[in-house]
Design a protein around this ligand. Sequence first.
Ligand code: FES
Ligand SMILES: [Fe+2]
Length: 382
Amino acid sequence: MKGGVSTSERDMLARVDLPTGQSPGLPADAYWSDGFFRLERRRLFSRRWFALGLAADVPEPGDMLPVSSAAGRPLLMVRGEDGELRVFHNYCRHRGMRLVDEARSGERRIVCPYHAWCYDLSGALVRRPHYGGFGVHEHQPAQGPGLEPVRSAVWNHVVFVNLDPAAPDFDEVVGPLDRRWSCYDFRRLVHGASLSFEVAANWKLAVENFIDIYHVPYVHPALNRYLPMDEHYFVKEGEYVVGQGSAAYAPRDEGTGRLPEFPDLDATQAATIEALSVFPNLLVTVFSDNLRFILITPTGPSTCRERVEIFFAGEAALAPALARERETVVERFPAFNREDVDLVGRLQQSFESAAFERAHFSEFFDGNVHHFQRMVAHACAG
Ligand code: FES
Ligand SMILES: [Fe+2]
């Protein structure tokens, strides 16, 4: 180790810092080893902003939800009596007991199950029973440690957190994307559907597959018919956002074209779809009439969970008369996603076989994947 970067980390940086056409990419063990999984938790997910859940997971004051996070640390989302959403580390300040094990609602206090220390919903310690001896309770202790807060931000219904108090502001991550997508009035978003997939692959393969258009004609022939590969363009906004778009989106399925669109889109914007990744674990696809999120959470070195949330462009989309149209949007997703989930599972097996040692990237197509791998490597090194 020198300067906090080990030899293997230096080797990894040397691999990813080459130009795309020469880079061998991340080493294969970054996709299956326990050691790299722990490194990612400690260095990447414990220091970067990442997507944790939806603001609607705790809709009402008094709601709370424990979340086992990508950083490997149990967190607690709480909707305060003031309506504010806050995130805390889910442990008690006395001797570290996990505070909340399941979703709750209508609460005004968080009471530790071990020795009954009591916190309010803003995280302040409000009572320590028998703290000074038998019957000597302490109320509103001025010096008492409150719950350890976690920085959080809500972006278009998605809750992001950063466990590092010294990390840059969240705006650095999504500011460039907000400017790119300023033509969409996301204040109109209404929730339409939720889906969830268990994926037998490392979380990075799920992200890389999403920002790879090279595979589309071969894995998704149906999708390729109305979104041809050669109509795509590549997108990069700042350091954190890469993906692709097309301004020739013209689905002809039964039931398409009647849902309300975001207002004031011009003809090009109305035919545009963009599918972008927000580093590290949020995938977003915008259409003229809906917005889809995929939150990817690693569940082990070789597995992850995809949580899919589909939003429509205004209350009018929820009209009973549009049920068939909404279903078409929702049903189309699992069909394509199953093709991808199957594919990344096979990729995972190949990575674990030890035969695969390096990629040979296409200079033209693999820039997004290479960029993502470089972001991972630099987050994990040092
Ligand atoms: S660990 Fe919570 S009150 Fe003791
Ligand atoms: Fe795909």
